[in-house]
Design a protein around this ligand. Structure first.
Ligand code: UDX
Length: 460
């Protein structure tokens, strides 16, 4: 699909879309990729963003950007309690976002606005859109399979699976095979009630919207799509994988990707490298960090490891790594703060992705046919990881916790043995399906045309 759509040649529709991402890396990326896709279909694009974690407009010369003040203090704008932060954003942004939309709607020098497209986590924006009689379409940046579970939270509470009890962790969740209680998508937070409120807001305000866009594709999540269609009466548009529409996609990275990753990978043997990265939010204890370090060192494979500043609680960056660790490596490992991840995963030297299974990372890995080692940390990641290992069977989960011996064993199973070969075959097949769905006549391509038609109907 790459570069099939020459954005300059597209007939402009004379219509504008307002897109509003929630300010986290794993949400900004897909929203801006979606903006590129819809721009290629003739829509003008306005991005409304918070002042916190604002994207860089210079990477998107075709779009108009408007900042809304979120009013977050330095201590409030902390990723340490993501649930509290999402709640705060949904409160603080109401008035500034409403004012911004009113101005945009009144601006006759720009094209008329067809609809708002906002992140499912910005659930407050449904009421704002309703009050201005502006249709809202939701972008859910996570997978469909995890959304099915979020939508079933009231039922899971009724049946006693939630809140999770330590004693039930290994119990299967009835009607949600292959999930066990430990795979349910929760976040450890000070007040669990706030998390449940947030999930209810996410699900209910999505139900009240004019449509739902997924960064997923039919062949990957068909059963989940069928389930959710039975419970939601709004139209669905699974049009992913977003990042494969245009290559290379414009960068919406909040941190600068370290390009030395690629020159280092260029020196490694094909399919030999383990790429380890745990996304933009996960945090580890020092003990966990050291187990990962020694697991990587002991496995004897080359590795490229993203240690994001802030990844290790209480550390700036690598201070807790002992000097013997760095000496043992002897050039076999390359540690960076942030990677050009899509380029890394597409590199022929990469043989496995040790991931936290954020949805973007999971989809990006599938699209490059790179088998995964799964280490989910919270929320949808646990469901994504279970699907990777037990449904699509394209990865392995660390079975007995984060211990260096277990890490070594799992890497060996994935990189070397018959089991690893079968996993590679299966993920190559999924990669092929991801390619096909974006071709002319493919499911995502068709769904995108339906979405464009749907937006046009909202206009009338
Ligand atoms: C968050 C949640 O943790 C996740 O559960 C949810 O599905 C999306 O939001 P995050 O931790 O940001 O996700 O992970 P992920 O969804 O994988 O998104 C990270 C993005 O950053 C990916 O697009 C990835 O390519 C990019 N990235 C990551 C880099 O560009 N460089 C890196 O070094 C690491």
């Amino acid at each position: 699909m790459e570069n099939q759509i020459d954005t300059q040649m597209v007939r402009r529709k004379g219509r504008r879309l307002v897109l509003f991402p929630i300010p986290f890396q794993g949400h900004i990326n897909p929203m801006l990729q979606l903006a590129d896709i819809l721009h290629s279909k003739g829509f003008s694009i306005t991005i409304v963003h918070t002042s916190f974690n604002s994207p860089n407009p210079s990477n998107y010369p075709n779009f108009t950007f408007h900042s809304v003040t979120d009013g977050l203090s330095e201590s409030e704008a902390s990723m340490a309690d993501i649930v509290a932060l999402v709640k705060l954003l949904n409160t603080r942004c109401v008035a500034p976002f409403r004012d911004c939309l009113i101005k945009l709607l009144a601006d006759v020098s720009e094209e008329p606005i067809s609809c708002l497209i906002s992140d499912a986590l910005f659930y407050f924006s449904q009421a704002v859109a309703d009050s201005l009689k502006l249709p809202r379409i939701v972008l859910r940046t996570g997978g469909v399979s995890s959304f099915v579970v979020f939508a079933a939270f009231p039922l899971l509470m009724e049946k006693g699976y939630l809140p999770i009890q330590e004693s039930q962790l290994e119990e299967p969740v009835a009607d949600f095979a292959p999930l066990k209680v430990k795979d349910l998508p929760v976040i450890n937070t000070e007040d669990p009630e706030v998390f449940y409120e947030l999930v209810a807001g996410l699900v209910n305000e999505t139900k009240a919207s004019s449509g739902l866009i997924w960064n997923s594709f039919d062949d990957l999540e068909q059963p989940a799509l069928a389930t959710i269609r039975r419970h939601f009466s709004i139209p669905f548009f699974p049009i992913g994988p977003f990042h494969k529409y245009f290559l290379p996609s414009s960068s919406s990275s909040l941190l600068t990707p370290d390009e030395s990753s690629i020159s280092w990978l260029n020196k490694q043997a094909p399919r030999s490298v383990i790429y380890a990265s745990f996304g933009s939010l996960a945090a580890l204890s020092e003990a966990e960090f050291l187990e990962i370090a020694w697991g990587l060192a002991n496995c004897k494979q080359p590795f490229l490891w993203v240690v994001r500043p802030g990844l290790v609680r209480g550390s700036e960056w690598l201070e807790s790594l002992p000097s013997e660790f760095l000496e043992t490596l002897n050039g076999r490992g390359h540690i960076i703060k942030w990677a050009p991840q899509q380029e890394v995963l597409a590199h022929p030297a990469v043989g496995a992705f040790w991931t936290h299974n954020g949805w973007n990372s999971t989809v990006e890995s599938i699209c490059e046919g790179v088998p995964m080692i799964c280490m989910p940390c919270f929320s949808d990641q646990t469901v994504n990881a279970k699907y990777v290992t037990d449904v699509w069977k394209v990865g392995l989960q660390l079975e007995s916790g984060l211990k260096r011996e277990e890490i070594e064993r799992t890497i060996r199973r994935l990189m070397g043995e018959e089991e690893g070969r079968e996993i590679r075959e299966r993920i190559s097949e999924l990669k092929e399906k991801a390619n096909l769905c974006l071709q002319q006549g493919g499911t995502s391509c068709q769904s995108l045309d339906t979405l464009v038609g749907h937006i046009s109907k909202l206009e009338s």
